[in-house]
Design a binder for this molecule. Structure first.
Ligand code: PLP
Length: 498
């Protein structure tokens, strides 16, 4: 970015001049284009130690404004080296995600408009575009018209709101009277599999239901909720005076991307009048691929479903969508209109703030609208399809190698695997430990090269490496490169005496 220019002054009052804005705006857009062109020269995982950045920053704010050129130069000098580059095509950790050009433009415009999308009149464009674009997305993933969408920041928040709406549905006046100090309230129970995301735990904690309200149902050998165990747990709870009210099924679990059997779970929910919330935060996006639509089978009977365009629809963080069949319950749980927010049109229009804890909401629909228009449904589906192809290709290399083994099926674009060189230790316990230590060392070794970034999980207590493909820039070249890096680390570590 530019060298410091002493002629540049921060104005005494008001904002930056239009001339300066134009100048730096163009430079920043150039900078971003360069960043993407040369991102592969940067280490994916930040190669810094904790505290490195803080040590280089002044502990007190500047009294006088500083030239923009100096600030931007510090982005290069200080910020970039302390970044883990999520947009790098060899970012394979967690769930790989990526921004895209139309999404960045959407963010840029949205921050210029600086809309607080709380009431229709404060943001007609945001309110109405949100309804339209979420209806497009609903059609793209094949959900029925009974599902209405609302945008939140993250899936954690979307799921928390879904559970709040479910609780509102039990008609126990929780909104008015709360939960503490009540003798008339039974323990309210939520069920999710032992593979469900920690956001469900946090949701019940936040809602004051307490962690004991969440009963974890065991999963089968392919990490899918055991529906028989769910039915038995519900029956047992009912016998003990507990009130089952919500089940969270996951389509695309975090550790392995397994798919809970929603069509069977929904039967249990209907039998016991429980709300079914589907956490499809990661994998829901794959339903835009026509031949993968079946992954949401059964969700047409769900009460709510969360899907994160910021995970696998090339949308810059943040944008999570909650589809809900009972917006009235969501509204009953959260709508509250003080005098200063009353408007003449409120009965005829939708106001986002009626459906959640936030009053002001960002104009997030704009970026999703721009992304869907720019790539088109087919273009987005082609990219997701290719990610799944690459994951299956990587899995085929694992399967063909005697040194490596698969640890879970690959229904989407996440591969769970580990190195398993046949060199038996003396006891089973020692062998398990040896493999855990080896795989963790391989992962850290690859990550330390800066050329790729992987993360891990534990499956059946075994340390498992995860390779997630979801970045818009990832190609077969990057997948081949990480395969070579993994094998290189395995060779290195196998030749190092223990
Ligand atoms: N649900 C699932 C299945 C996830 O994998 C994740 C995150 O990876 C979440 C929920 C939480 O997502 P967010 O960061 O949007 O809250």
């Amino acid at each position: 970015m530019p060298d410091s220019d002493s002629s540049e002054r921060t104005p005494g009052t008001g904002d930056m001049s239009a001339t300066e804005f134009r100048r730096f705006g163009h430079e920043i857009v150039d900078w971003i284009a360069n960043y993407f062109e040369h991102i592969e020269d940067l280490p994916v995982l930040a190669q810094v130690e904790p505290g490195d950045l803080k040590a280089q920053l002044p502990s007190a704010p500047p009294l006088q404004g500083e030239p923009m050129s100096a600030i931007l130069a510090d982005v290069d000098r200080l910020i970039v080296p302390a970044l883990t580059h999520w947009s790098h095509p060899s970012f394979f950790a967690y769930f790989a995600t990526s921004t895209s050009a139309p999404g960045i433009f959407g963010e840029l415009l949205s921050s210029a408009f600086d809309v607080k999308s709380m009431l229709w009149r404060t943001s007609p464009a945001s309110t109405e575009l949100e309804e339209v674009v979420l209806d497009w997305l609903r059609q793209m993933i094949g959900l029925d018209t009974g599902m209405s969408g609302i945008i939140y920041d993250t899936a954690s928040v979307s799921s928390m709101h879904a559970i709040a709406a479910a609780r509102e549905g039990v008609e126990m006046r929780v909104r008015e009277e709360g939960m503490s100090g009540r003798k008339d309230l039974p323990l309210l129970r939520v069920y999710a599999s032992d593979q469900s995301h920690s956001s469900i735990d946090k949701g019940v904690i936040t809602l004051g239901l307490g962690q004991r309200a969440l009963r974890k149902i065991p999963s089968d050998s392919e990490f899918r909720m055991d529906v028989k165990a769910l039915g038995e747990a519900v029956d047992e709870d009912k016998r003990n005076g507990i009130l089952p009210f919500c089940v969270v099924a996951t389509v695309g679990t975090t550790s392995t991307s397994s798919i809970d059997p929603v069509p069977e779970i929904v039967e249990v929910c209907e039998q016991h009048t429980m709300w079914l919330h589907v956490d499809a935060a990661y994998a829901g996006s794959a339903a835009i691929v026509p031949e993968m639509r079946h992954i949401l089978e059964g969700c047409q009977r769900a009460d709510s479903l969360v899907l994160n365009p910021h995970k696998w629809l090339f949308t810059p963080f943040d944008l999570s969508v909650l589809y809900c069949r009972h917006m009235d319950l969501l509204g009953r749980a959260f709508s509250l209109v003080p005098e200063y927010l009353r408007t003449p049109e409120q009965a005829k229009v939708r106001s986002g703030s009626d459906y959640g804890v936030q009053l002001g909401r960002r104009f997030r629909a704009l970026k999703l609208w721009m992304i869907i228009r720019y790539f088109g449904h087919e273009g987005m589906a082609a990219r997701i399809r290719d990610h799944c192809r690459l994951a299956k290709l990587f899995a085929s290399w694992i399967e063909a190698s005697p040194q490596w083994e698969m640890m879970a099926p690959t229904p989407f674009a996440l591969v769970c695997f580990r190195a398993h060189p046949r060199l038996q230790a003396k006891t089973e316990e020692a062998e398990a430990k040896r493999l855990d230590v080896l795989n963790e060392a391989i992962m850290h070794g690859v990550n330390a090269t800066g050329k790729a970034f992987l993360s891990h999980t534990k499956l059946n207590d075994k340390l498992t490496l995860r390779l997630s493909i979801g970045n818009i820039r990832t190609t077969e070249k990057h997948v081949r490169q990480v395969w070579e890096l993994l094998n290189e680390q395995l060779r290195l570590l196998s030749s190092t005496p223990a």
